[in-house]
Design a protein around this ligand. Structure first.
Ligand code: C2E
Ligand code: MG
Ligand code: MG
Ligand code: MG
Length: 284
């Protein structure tokens, strides 16, 4: 150990690095056991058609209630799961669980749709598409009721390599959407080429709607782009009636956010849909 002011700085720095590492190892060790301990569960947030107010589907979101750490946010543990490769078994569980749930809901003909988030690390999983296929077959879900969300950043980082994979996934009969759109750097050529049906506008732009003109301009451009490419658009993170009114004026297709509903437990989904169908305009 060196002495003096310099040494102190180094000492202080390495201590905080050590603390980060310790914390990460604890979380990682716990996450490794989360699956077998049954600490993971899915919650579901409705997506709503702007015009009719009708629920058009749900996004499946992972939750981890750790015995040691309590409720841990996916913003913290998903990146960790990606770094360690744990996202592969966890991602398989997410899909299995969501399909199982969806098959149950739709057994009576409800026709619900659910979107599952895909991590870029799962692209490297050799048997990703067969695994998806197996999930669909084993649970009996209609693949048309299933969607995968992939973030724009993840997709564009792998722009030149993912065409075949995206087409193979799409060929299962499922839909694809680009998540957090507007934060990455989409190549227009890639957007045109990819078999994607939907863009989800990142929450950052929705948050500033009504506060800053640029965000409205960006949302308008995304809507134009999507229309030209024959894609539909979901606005993420709608929290206020004002944001909703602006999105309606811009003729956005669907929205999702705390204003309508936070993510709900699986058990609450059927009642939520039933209530919504009683009050919303009929499907067109
Ligand atoms: P995402 O896919 O963009 O999901 C939307 C996030 O926004 C969710 O956070 C949701 O709870 C939150 N949200 C929805 N409406 C509002 C709103 O009105 N205001 C605010 N402030 N937030 C809203 P969550 O569940 O914490 O998930 C965070 C991220 O973690 C997700 O972002 C996704 O990237 C990742 N994630 C979650 N579940 C999974 C999963 O099963 N697999 C993978 N690979 N990633 C997941
Ligand atoms: Mg998502
Ligand atoms: Mg998103
Ligand atoms: Mg996100």
């Amino acid at each position: 150990n060196r002495s003096g002011a310099d040494g102190e700085t180094i000492h202080f720095y390495s201590e905080s690095v050590q603390a980060d590492l310790d914390e990460r190892l604890t979380v990682e060790a716990q996450l490794r056991r989360a699956l077998e301990r049954g600490e993971l569960r899915m919650v579901y947030q409705p997506k709503v058609a702007l015009e009719s107010g009708r629920i058009v589907g749900f996004e499946a979101l992972l939750r981890w209630n750790s015995a040691e750490l309590g409720e841990v946010s996916p913003v913290r543990f998903i990146p960790l799961a990606e770094r360690t490769g744990l996202i592969v078994p966890i991602g398989a569980w997410v899909l299995q669980e969501t399909c199982r749930q969806l098959a149950r809901w739709n057994a009576g003909g409800a026709g619900l749709k659910v979107a599952v988030n895909l991590s870029p690390r799962q692209f490297d999983q050799k048997d990703l598409v067969p695994m998806m296929q197996r999930c669909i077959l084993e649970t009996g879900v209609d693949p048309r009721c299933l969607e995968f969300e992939i973030t724009e950043t993840a997709l564009m980082r792998r722009e030149g390599e993912v065409d075949d994979l995206l087409h193979a996934i799409r060929a299962l009969g499922v839909e694809l959407s680009i998540d957090d759109f507007g934060t990455g750097y989409s190549s227009l050529a890639a957007l045109k080429r990819f078999p994607v049906q939907r863009l989800k506008i990142d929450r950052a732009f929705i948050r500033d709607l009504g506060r800053d003109e640029d965000s409205a301009a960006i949302v308008r451009s995304i809507l134009n782009l999507a229309r030209n490419l024959k894609m539909s658009v979901v606005a993420e993170g709608v929290e206020t009636a004002e944001q909703l009114a602006i999105l309606r004026a811009l003729a956005c297709d669907d929205y999702q956010g705390f204003l309508f509903s936070r993510p709900v437990e699986a058990g609450q989904v059927p009642a939520l849909v039933e209530r919504n169908r009683a009050v919303a305009a009929p499907a067109t």
